[in-house]
Design a protein around this ligand. Sequence first.
Ligand SMILES: [Zn+2]
Length: 168
Amino acid sequence: MFSGKTEELIRRLRRAKIAKLNVEIFKPKTEIRYHESDVVSHDFTSMPSTPIDNSSSILLFGSNTEVVGIDEAQFFDDGLPEVCVILANKGIRVIVAGLDMDFQGKPFGPMPALMAIAEDVTKVHAICAQCGAPATYSYRTVANDETFYLGEKESYEPRCRACFVRKE
Ligand SMILES: [Zn+2]
C-alpha cells in the first residue's frame, strides 16, 4: 500500500499517452475506496479507469488498444494471468500494479502467477512505519482475519521483515 505502485503505474501510462498510444485502464470493482471509476493513488494522482467484476471483461474492450494498465491486480480472479498472456501475445503492452503479499505475508491472489510470466518485475518499497527501513510487508493494525478486508489507510502500515515478524 504506500509504496507508490499506483503512482508508478500512472507514470508509465501517462508516458504511453504522451507517445500517443491508445491506453485502457482497468481495476476490480471491489476497489472503490477513493473513487468509483478512477485509478487513484494514495497521494490522489488519478486517471480514469474502467471498474470490472471479472478479468475476462478486459478482453471485451477496444480493438485499437495498444497499452493496458491494470491496478490492484491482487483483487482480481485467477483468470487474470491468462488474460494478460492473450493481450501480450497480440502485441499489447500490459502493465500491472498490485500488492504481492497480503497482510499475513502470503502471496496475494493472481500476483505470483503474474510475476512469473512477466518480462519485467519492479518491486517498489514503502518505508517501514516502525524503523524507517525499506518495507515489503503490509501489517494490519486492526484485528480482522479476512484477506479481502478493505480498510481505510490507518488499518495497515508498511513494515520491514523484522518489524512485521515482531507483530506488535
Ligand atoms: Zn522496520
